[in-house]
Design a protein around this ligand. Structure first.
Ligand code: NAD
Ligand code: MG
Length: 384
C-alpha cells in the first residue's frame, strides 16, 4: 500500500523538496493533494507531473488559469482559503505534510487532525500559536504528529525506543544564522539581501529572516514544548555553526543522544514521510574523516533579543506566543519590503507583547482574536 500524501504548501521550499523525495520513491508514496498560495505556474507543473486528486490555489484570482491548464486531466481544482480546510478533510489521503508558512497553516492543519490524518509538521507556527489545542486534539483523535523541522526531527529520532525514559532536557542547536558574532551597530544597517543568505540552509524567505534574528530558534523552543511535553527550563539552546548535530536529548542518567547529518531538509522530510521506516537514499553523507570539527557556544541574547522575548512568551504561556508570532509575521513582512530595519523587528514584537492583553487559557477563537489584534497593532506601528 502506498502512503497517500497531501502537501499543503507544495510550491515552497519544504513542499518542493518533499516532492523530490516522493519522486524518488514512487513505489512508497502517492501525491493526492497539492496546495499553493499564488504560484499558479509551479502548481500546474506539479499537478501535471504528480496527478493528484485535488489542488487548491488560495489566491482566487488565479483559479481560471489553473482550472484551464488542468482541464484535460482528472485533477479537481479548488480556490480560496476555505477550500484549504475542506480539502484537508478529504478521505483520499492519509498524511498531511503541513508546509504552509505562518499562522495561515493553522486552520487546515487542525481540520486534518480532526479528520484523523497523520501530520508531518513543518509549519512550526501552528504549534507556537495554539499548541495546547492542536496537541490535545491530536491525542483525542490518536493522530501522530511527526516533526519535519530538523531540530525536532532530531529529538524525535533520539527518542525512538525511549518511551519509558524521562527526558531531563533537550538541547536545540542553532546555526546562529548569517549574523553570528555581529553586534547591534552592524545589525542596524542590515538589509534583506544579507538576511536571506543563510550559511547552511536554503529556505523560504520568512524562516530565513527568522533564522537571522534568532526568532526561529525561539519559535522552535515553543514548538519543542508542545511536541515533547516539556517545561521551559528543560529546553536549552546552543549555537553550533556547522549544523551537523541537529539537536540532542539528555536523559535522567546524564546520557546525551544526538542526531547528526549534513544540513539537508530532505532527510527530515523523508524520515517523517516514511516513519517508522528508514528508507535508503543517495543524499550526500557527512564524512567524519574530512571536516570533523564541531563547535558550540552560547547564544548572544543581548544582541539577538528575539530569543529572550521567545523565552518570555514560552514562560508566560497562554496567548503570549500567539501574540509574539503574529507581531513577528508582520515585522518580517515589513522588513522584507524594506519598511523597517533589522532591529526594528524585535522592537515591534516587544511592543505587541506589552500591549495585547494576556489570556492564560485562551479558546481557539481567542487565539484567532489575539492573532488579529497583534497583527493590526504591529501593522499600525509601521503604517502597513
Ligand atoms: P515557503 O515560503 O518557501 O513556502 C510556503 C508555502 O506556503 C508555499 O507553497 C506558499 O504558496 C504557501 N503559502 C504561503 N502563504 C500562504 C497562505 N496565506 N495561505 C496558504 N498557503 C500559503 O516556506 P518554507 O520555507 O517552505 O516553510 C514552510 C514552513 O516550514 C514554515 O512554517 C517554516 O518555518 C517551516 N520550516 C521550513 C524549513 C525550510 O528549510 N524551508 C525548515 C524547517 C521548518
Ligand atoms: Mg529548524
Amino acid at each position: 500500500m502506498k502512503k497517500r500524501i497531501g502537501i499543503f504548501g507544495s510550491t515552497g521550499s519544504i513542499g518542493t523538496q518533499a516532492l523530490e523525495v516522493i519522486a524518488e520513491n514512487p513505489d512508497r508514496f502517492e501525491v493526492e493533494i497539492l496546495t499553493a498560495y499564488s504560484n499558479e505556474n509551479l502548481l500546474i507543473q506539479q499537478a501535471k507531473k504528480f496527478n493528484p486528486n485535488a489542488v487548491v490555489i488560495v489566491n482566487e484570482a488565479k483559479y481560471p488559469v489553473v482550472k484551464e491548464a488542468l482541464a484535460g486531466t482528472d485533477v479537481k481544482v479548488f480556490a480560496g482559503e476555505k477550500a484549504l480546510e475542506e480539502v484537508a478533510t478529504f478521505d483520499t489521503y492519509d498524511m498531511m505534510l503541513a508546509a504552509i508558512v505562518g499562522f495561515a497553516g493553522l486552520k487546515s492543519t487542525l481540520k486534518a487532525v480532526e479528520a484523523g490524518k497523520v501530520i508531518a509538521l513543518a509549519n512550526k507556527e501552528t504549534l507556537v500559536v495554539a499548541g495546547d489545542i492542536v496537541m490535545q486534539k491530536a491525542v483525542e483523535k490518536r493522530v501522530p504528529i511527526i516533526p519535519v523541522d530538523s531540530e525536532h526531527s532530531a529529538i524525535f529520532q533520539c527518542l525512538v525506543g525511549e518511551t519509558r525514559n524521562k527526558i531531563e532536557k533537550v538541547i536545540l542547536t542553532a546555526s546562529g544564522g548569517p549574523f553570528l558574532g555581529k553586534k547591534p551597530n552592524f545589525l542596524v544597517n542590515v538589509k534583506k539581501e544579507h538576511a536571506l543568505q543563510h550559511p547552511n540552509w536554503n529556505m523560504g524567505a520568512k524562516i530565513s529572516v527568522d533564522s537571522a534574528t534568532l526568532m526561529n530558534k525561539g519559535l522552535e523552543m515553543i514548538e519543542a514544548k508542545w511536541l515533547f511535553n516539556l517545561n521551559p527550563d528543560q529546553i536549552q539552546v546552543v549555537v553550533h555553526p556547522q549544523s551537523i548535530i541537529h539537536s540532542m536529548v539528555q536523559f535522567e542518567d546524564g546520557s546525551i543522544k544526538a542526531q547528526m547529518g549534513l544540513p539537508d531538509m530532505k532527510l527530515p522530510i523523508q524520515y517523517a514521510l516514511a516513519f517508522p521506516q528508514r528508507i535508503p537514499n543517495k543524499f550526500p553523507r557527512y564524512d567524519l574523516s574530512r571536516a570533523a570539527s564541531l563547535h558550540f557556544e552560547q547564544p548572544d541574547i543581548k544582541t539577538f533579543r528575539n530569543l529572550a522575548l521567545a523565552v518570555e512568551a514560552l514562560k508566560r504561556g497562554g496567548n503570549m506566543p500567539c501574540i509574539m508570532n503574529a507581531a513577528n509575521e508582520i515585522a518580517v513582512y515589513g522588513f522584507l519590503r524594506n519598511r523597517i530595519g533589522f532591529l526594528d523587528m524585535t522592537e515591534l514584537v516587544e511592543r505587541a507583547m506589552d500591549k495585547i492583553k494576556h489570556i492564560a487559557q485562551p479558546t481557539l477563537e481567542e487565539y484567532f482574536e489575539s492573532d488579529a489584534e497583534a497583527r493590526n497593532f504591529a501593522a499600525s506601528l509601521i503604517n502597513l
